[in-house]
Each structure stands twice: as C-alpha cells, then as structure tokens.
Ligand binder design. Structure first.
Ligand code: ATR
Length: 287
C-alpha cells in the first residue's frame, strides 16, 4: 500500500496490546476494499483520558478499545449507543462532531456469527455458562433478540442472581433464571442452546471446561463458545461427543471487527470478504 497525505489513521487502544489481531483484520479489509487507511496498535499504559483527547486532536478516524478500558472509556466519549449503554462496555469509537460516539460490536459480533452459523436466539431456551462481564452481555443479547428463557449457570449463585435481577428489571419479566452449576439437573427434560461465556478452556488451559459432568452435555443441542483458541475447546468436544453441534468464538472476533469497520467506513462487508478474512485469521492462529 501507499501511505500519502490522504491516508486515514485508525487503531486499537489497550494494555497489553502486542497480541491484538485487530490490525490484521482491518488492514486486510482496507486492502481488499482499496481504502486508503492504516490501523495500528496504541499501547496506553495510563491516562486514557489524554489518549482519547489526543486521538480526537489528531483526527484519528476510528478506534477500538480493549482490555482494560472497555468501561472506563465511557467517561471520555460524547455519546453512547443505546445497546452499548445497556451492556455497559464498549469496544468501538466513531468520530462525531463533538468527540467520539461509543459502540459495542463484541455482542452484535457474536449475534452475526450465530446468524452465519444458523444459530437462532428467538424463542430459544438458552443456557449461559458463567456470570462475568461476557455472560452479562450475552444475557442482554438474549433479551434483545427474543429468547424464550435464559438460565445462567454459575459456580457462585449470587453473581448469576445479580445479572438475572438486572435483566429481569429491564425486561419486566422473569426471563432470566440463575442456577448454581451443580444444580444443572433441574434443567433436565429438554435440550438447549448453551453459550460458554467464560475464559475457562482458553489456551493453555485446554483441558478444562466450566462443567465437567458429562451428563450435562446431554442437555445441549448446540454449544457456542466465546473462546477461539484452541479451535475446539473441551466444552465443544463434550457437546459434540453427546450429539450436539458446536462453534468457537473466532467468528465473533471476526464480526466484531467487521461491524466496527462498517461503522467507521459506512460500507457493508460481503459474506465472501468475511470468509476470506476468517481464513487469514485461522492461518495467523495456526487453526
Ligand atoms: P469476564 O467475562 O468478566 O471477562 P471471566 O473471568 O472470563 O469473566 O469469567 C468469569 C466467570 O467464569 C465467572 O462467572 C466465574 O465464576 P465465579 O462467578 O464463580 O467466579 C467463572 N469461572 C471462572 N473460572 C471458573 C472455573 N474454573 N470453574 C467454573 N467457573 C469458573
């Protein structure tokens, strides 16, 4: 590519940042679409506020925000998208007249990944494993997309209860039910879509799953793991061994990037382009 006086600069702010795959996604998209932009990592160790003000002053054309700043950055933006506000964490900043508008593309990214895999949330009975930030966001997504019932299974019941309370107040019904992991037998009698929303099973911890009890997996017709490394997590293997279909989080990573790129550049990325970028991500990760 040629960098010249018209080249736009975008990037990702985080700490640490060296392992980010976002430059690969966005520079590849720019190359395919013949857009004159570069996307670079910005290590911000402290003073996020100055970084955001500086990015504004430098007329940076778009930013991703990653760990540990996804919530803190909300203090420094001019506007927040409605769904992102509900989730309480953002990963994408789009320049607007008086600053940046913040979006969450992680969760819409998960939804688009599910759509592309033919996995439906509407009217579905969903089990969410875990009750951290990711699980909370997935519960919000289930509410937004019309799931019939959502069971949050977690080791610590109080954390699952807190998410359930929050979503149920927003929804005005008892959509979400918290259950302690060991009590999964309460769910017997039908099959569920199960979303694994913890980092358990992520490389190098590849021999772990949040629920090891194999009978649990008889309850799962589809398993969706937010982890993408390894390519098949222990959770996924257990789902498959019990006759279900299973997906990893790589497409979620892909689509959070694609949705951000679409927001910044006012374009729609085709399925063919998405598939090509996915193949490059797999190559990069040796998957
Ligand atoms: P976040 O989504 O906020 O980044 P995470 O650290 O990936 O969070 O995952 C946190 C969730 O995974 C928590 O619900 C945690 O259970 P507790 O609430 O009981 O702490 C769950 N978790 C983490 N390690 C676990 C393990 N070994 N077995 C079962 N659950 C575990």
């Amino acid at each position: 590519m040629t960098i010249n006086g018209h080249t736009k600069t975008l990037g990702v702010i985080g700490c640490p940042i060296a392992h980010t795959l976002s430059p690969l996604i966005h520079n590849l998209l720019a190359q395919i679409l013949d857009h004159n932009l570069v996307y670079v990592p910005f290590l911000v160790e402290k003073d996020l506020e100055s970084a955001i003000k500086g990015a504004r002053a430098l007329q940076i054309s778009g930013l991703n925000i990653t760990i540990p700043y996804k919530t803190e950055v909300l203090k420094y933006v001019a506007e927040v998208d409605d769904f992102a506000q509900k989730i309480g964490a953002v990963n994408t900043l789009v320049p607007i007249e008086n600053g940046f508008k913040a979006y969450n593309t992680d969760i819409p990214g998960l939804y688009r990944a599910m759509l592309s895999d033919g996995v439906v949330l509407k009217d579905e009975s969903v089990i969410i494993l875990g009750a951290g930030g990711a699980a909370r966001s997935v519960a919000m997504l289930c509410m937004e997309k019309g799931a019939d019932k959502v069971y949050i299974l977690n080791r610590t019941l109080s954390k699952a209860q807190a998410i359930a309370d929050e979503v149920n107040v927003l929804k005005g019904s008892e959509l979400v039910v918290p259950i302690e992991i060991m009590d999964y037998k309460k769910l017997a009698g039908r099959k569920y879509l199960c979303i694994q929303a913890t980092s358990v099973g992520m490389h190098p911890d590849v021999d772990s799953a949040v629920i090891e009890a194999t009978e649990f997996y008889d309850l799962v017709h589809t398993g969706y793991d937010i982890v993408y490394n390894p390519c098949e997590t222990k959770f996924m293997s257990l789902v498959k061994a019990h006759g279900g279909q299973a997906f990893n989080g790589l497409k979620m990573l892909l689509y959070q990037g694609i949705i951000a790129y679409e927001l910044w550049n006012d374009v729609e990325i085709s399925d063919d382009v998405a598939d090509f970028v996915l193949s490059k991500l797999k190559e990069e990760l040796n998957l």
